[in-house]
Design a protein around this ligand. Sequence first.
Ligand SMILES: O=C(O)CCC(=O)C(=O)O
Ligand SMILES: [Fe+2]
Length: 289
Amino acid sequence: MSAPEINPPQLPSVTRASSPEEIVQLSDQVGAVIIRNFMTPEQVRRINQEVDAPLAALDAGSRHEHELIVEFHGRQTKRLTNLVTHSKTFREEILDDDLFHELGRVLYQSDAGDWWLTTAQLIEIGPGNKAQMLHRDMAQYHPYVAMNKHAPRAIANLMLALTDFTEENGATRLIPGSQDWDDYADVGTPEMTIPAVLNAGDAVLFGGKVVHGGGANVTAGEFRRGLTIPLQASILTPEEAYPLIVPMDVVRTLSPRVQKIIGFRSQYPAGSPGLWQHNYADLADHLQL
Ligand SMILES: O=C(O)CCC(=O)C(=O)O
Ligand SMILES: [Fe+2]
């Protein structure tokens, strides 16, 4: 007899007590792993409070010129970028979290050798928003798509829940195993996805090769708040140009490792004597950090 099917299938979950090696391995094998209680209730409360005002000032929907991206961003969805500037708790505690940095090390030490932050944005999916189109995050680094499952790691997403994520309010949906498909033009179907059901404070880590998308919010009045902080190889250009955005007086208050992942220090990918430098010396010298 075959093994009983787990219905509905669930993503594996770990706690902060697991080693970063174990967490990354599970994420790579299955496609995604839930890290329970990544943030404390107190951190969730403070971040929510710090983003309330900038979020209220933002309209739902996207102002992007391309219709496809407007659809991708979500018509009843708010995307608050530049969280590094907006939230002190986020930049001082989440971005400086030991496990977050350990995950970065384990994710990138064998390929690119060094990593930085793609973006730090809050994604609030509002009632009535339909499911986001299924996609692989690595697709924005186009040459990697042709290498499909054989591509080195370009990006991995850590999505943190600032509210509960339920199937009804738009929990991120993923297709476990899609990282191993041969044809990356194939993004599967919504029926193949399962939701990452999270409690506020939990996180889900999934690689850039995994097919996923934000879920539909079919509730009458619930807002799903997620905080996405993808980690990417620093040989690739991030989405947010932090050095042109984050004020220097904020940068000076940050730890060296946080300064580095937002581009205020130089990068040392495998095989390189240093990138993102000034006069062949670390940017930190030039900036007097
Ligand atoms: O909001 C979500 O759950 C997923 C968002 C996402 O995958 C993306 O914007 O790339
Ligand atoms: Fe995505």
